[in-house]
Design a protein around this ligand. Structure first.
Ligand SMILES: [Zn+2]
Length: 112
């Protein structure tokens, strides 16, 4: 499938902007069809906001091999990643302010 063509940061999804501006929300996951590593254990994480993957190799003491790290970035996140983290946060702030001007609350989880 060809990735969608985007032109501006306004077209970025909110989840992808959150990942770009504040970092991914990784959760441990296993991906079907991954090769068994020659040593160590494959340690995969999936972002529950943008569906990107991060793959590492880990030894029995929990040490990750930095040279073995790989990513599978979701198409929508790849578009957001062309903007700086600062630009992503500023765009999220613009959207919050636009919602407030329209009489709606920002798209934030309220925690008591
Ligand atoms: Zn993400």
């Amino acid at each position: 499938m060809r990735p969608r063509i985007y032109y501006s940061i306004e077209e970025c999804g909110e989840n992808e902007l959150n990942c770009r501006g504040y970092g991914h929300r990784w959760d441990r996951a296993a991906k079907f069809g991954q090769r068994t590593p020659l040593w160590g254990t494959r340690h995969s994480l999936r972002c529950d906001q943008c569906s990107s993957w991060r793959h590492d190799l880990m030894n029995s003491r929990g040490v990750l091999d930095p040279s073995a790290r790989g990513y599978e970035l979701a198409d929508e996140y790849q578009f957001a990643a062309q903007f700086s983290r600062q630009e992503a946060r500023a765009e999220l702030l613009r959207r919050d302010r636009r919602r407030e001007r329209a009489g709606r609350r920002p798209n934030l989880e309220l925690v008591s």
